[in-house]
Design a protein around this ligand. Structure first.
Ligand code: NFS
Length: 632
């Protein structure tokens, strides 16, 4: 298994990569190898396919060759347009997810057949109040309908700006106003990027980035935040749970159902269905002991956070999950689902079931998930999974590796945990005061978020883990979401014992407050939680987000969503470290803009460092500088 250490640093994966080799099954690592060398024009952002006079590409490596596209677009225009379009696509993915949650909330109010119910009426009422919706004489369902409709209006309202923008610190909103990037309506801001990057429209890279930044902010402070807030209302606010993680969570004697993708509207309904006595009975009739539901990628984060469902694996483990031979069905909805899965599934008995009209995969079984009768349609899907148990072929290998950790740190849960200890020291309950105090006193040097995907350009999971370890060793509290959260829990960084990796200050805080040093805050849309935590902290300390000793990092990012996230996080004032360079380096101007000039505008900027040790040093350096300017 020695050879596989250069592909992943997760031991559970070695045996399965070896199994894949023996069984002649191609994985993401094989395809990445076959792709070498990767296209230099694309890598630098210098290939333009925006019109059919092209494709055009700018030659940088020599004096010869075109320096302009056929329409005259130069490297700055081309690289910025490509980046902006990716940001718009990322923002649209998160926001469309948010829209689906809003529809589900509407269904919960209006359509009893849907099976959705409001689980947290307090959060619903508080959001209604925030949005100026009168709750007088209305029952929960009526309020839910109004809140859902108001949320849906955020996508296409003709005037004004997004409601959640007002949650940001005042200084931040002023910067956005000055830069003309206050998001107005989510669909509009995304459409505007597509329009302005059309052939013959915006050619000014800085102005292209204005539209792109606005579209990104409409994700973080719009679509994603709607997704998170309304999911909490519908499915409950996450609370700490101890759970198991890694491919060792599969059970030989139970039906293994993997739910993979993103939207809790599906995973929550599947969770109800797997507990249906009739389906459990059916599983037993097939010879199984029960139904083992496990999560993968961000929808796995969502149900782990709310229900303690095991986290099977992250983006780079999706094929390996099937290669165990123990997966009876993998049920997917949207985003981060490799089309390769259908080929892998064919080599086993596994049923790959697509459920969204937005994401069908040739070779998969399509069973449309109907949110108007969510539970019924989830039951049909689960029945399909259960009836496949008997078709197992015997070539099963479930790795031993799994680890335990605590997940479920919503802002509410973090504040609760802090309240628990600090209430001896008279302070207003339910505020970020204890967190601010810990930072001010220097016990905690600051906080960093480690988020995002897996990417073959980085040793799988190593970028996340090493960075996290280095930061907590230096008393920086780490919060994490997405595939980064999987890497951290698998490495034991969310367990009680994780304090052994911490510096003295952070270890003391963790023991006192009974939290792990790496806090699992959810899926990628839940990065909106991190924005809110930073906002609350900034407001409490009477500063702007950019002044906080805080940073962001996406060591293994790959998706367009990650580009949208990075952009809204930077525009919210956060220094953000990328482990993989974005495809912009062919434009020195744009690269300098993103890594430097932008600092003077928003206070945050991108930095690029592949080595986790060096990335940690830079983050710590940034944090210490911010402490100095705050005089703490
Ligand atoms: Ni987010 Fe990356 Fe996907 Fe989640 Fe994982 S790949 S941008 S982390 S599952 S969305």
């Amino acid at each position: 298994s020695e050879d596989f250490k250069c592909l992943s640093c997760d031991k559970a994966n070695y045996k399965l990569i070896e199994k894949a080799k023996n069984e002649k099954i191609e994985t993401v690592w094989d395809r990445a190898e076959a792709m070498q060398p990767q296209c230099g024009f694309g890598e630098m952002g210098l290939c333009c396919t925006n019109c059919s006079m092209g494709p055009c590409r700018i030659v940088k490596v020599s004096e010869d060759g075109p320096k302009k596209g056929i329409c005259g677009a130069d490297e700055d225009t081309i690289a910025a347009r490509n980046l902006a379009r990716s940001i718009a696509a990322g923002s649209s993915a998160h926001s469309d997810h948010g829209r689906d949650i809003a529809h589900a909330l509407y269904n919960a109010a209006k359509n009893p057949e849907s099976g959705y119910k409001v689980k947290n009426p307090e959060k619903l009422i508080s959001l209604a109040k925030e949005w100026g919706i009168s709750t007088e004489n209305l029952d929960i369902k009526d309020i839910a309908a109004k809140v859902a409709e108001t949320a849906l209006q955020e996508f296409g309202k003709p005037f004004g700006h997004l409601r959640f923008v007002d949650r940001a610190p005042e200084d931040r909103i002023d910067i956005w106003k000055k830069m003309n990037v206050v998001p107005r309506a989510i669909d509009r801001d995304i459409v505007e990027v597509l329009h302005s990057t059309h052939i013959g429209c915006d050619a000014d890279y800085r102005n292209i980035m204005v539209a792109a930044t606005r579209a990104a902010l409409s994700d973080g402070w719009g679509g994603s935040m709607i997704g998170t807030e309304l999911s909490d209302i519908l499915f409950g606010v996450p609370e700490p749970h101890e759970i198991e993680a890694n491919l060792g969570v599969f059970k030989e004697d139970e039906v293994n159902l993997v739910i993979h993708g993103h939207e809790p509207t599906l995973s929550e309904a599947i969770l109800v269905a797997v507990n249906d006595p009739e389906l459990v009975e059916l599983a037993k009739k097939q010879g199984a002991e029960g139904i083992n539901l496990v999560g993968m990628c961000c929808t796995g984060n969502e149900i782990a956070m709310r229900h303690g469902i095991p986290m099977a694996g992250n983006f780079f483990q999706q094929e390996l999950a099937i290669i165990t031979g123990a997966v009876d069905a993998m049920v997917v909805d949207v985003q981060c689902i490799m089309p390769a899965l259908s080929q892998v599934a064919k080599c086993y008995h596994t049923k790959l079931i697509t459920t969204s009209p937005k994401a069908k995969i040739p070779g998969a079984i399509h069973m449309q998930f109907n949110e108007e009768e969510a539970i019924e349609s989830a039951k049909k899907i689960v029945r399909e999974a259960v009836s496949n148990f008997k078709n197992r072929r015997g070539n099963i290998l479930i790795p031993q590796e799994k680890s335990k950790g605590f997940v479920g740190y919503s802002n509410e849960a973090i504040i609760n945990a802090l309240d628990g200890v600090a209430n001896s020291v008279a302070h207003p309950m339910g505020t970020v005061k204890p967190l601010a105090d810990a930072i001010k006193s220097g016990v905690l040097r600051g906080a960093a978020a480690i988020v995002g995907c897996n990417n073959h350009k980085v040793l799988h999971d190593k970028g996340h883990e090493e960075l996290a370890k280095e930061l907590i060793k230096n008393d920086v509290l780490v919060v994490t979401t997405g595939c980064g959260a999987y890497a951290c829990i698998k490495e034991g960084l969310m367990s009680k014992e994780a304090t052994k990796f911490c510096g003295k200050g952070l270890a003391t805080v963790c023991e006192l407050v009974k939290i792990p040093p790496v806090l699992h805050m959810g899926s990628c849309v839940d990065i909106s939680r991190i924005l809110l935590l930073l906002s609350e902290l900034a407001k409490f300390m009477n500063v702007d987000i950019k002044d906080l000793p805080a940073a962001g990092a996406a060591p293994e990012w790959m998706s367009e969503k990650a580009l949208s996230i990075g952009t809204y996080v930077v525009a919210s004032g956060v220094y953000t470290m990328l482990g993989v360079a974005p495809q912009v380096t062919g434009s020195e101007n744009l690269t300098r803009f993103l890594t430097d000039d932008i600092k003077d505008i928003y206070g945050g900027c991108f930095d690029i460092e592949a080595n986790p040790q060096k990335a940690a040093e830079k983050i710590i350096d940034h944090i210490e500088k911010k402490r100095k300017s705050l005089n703490i």
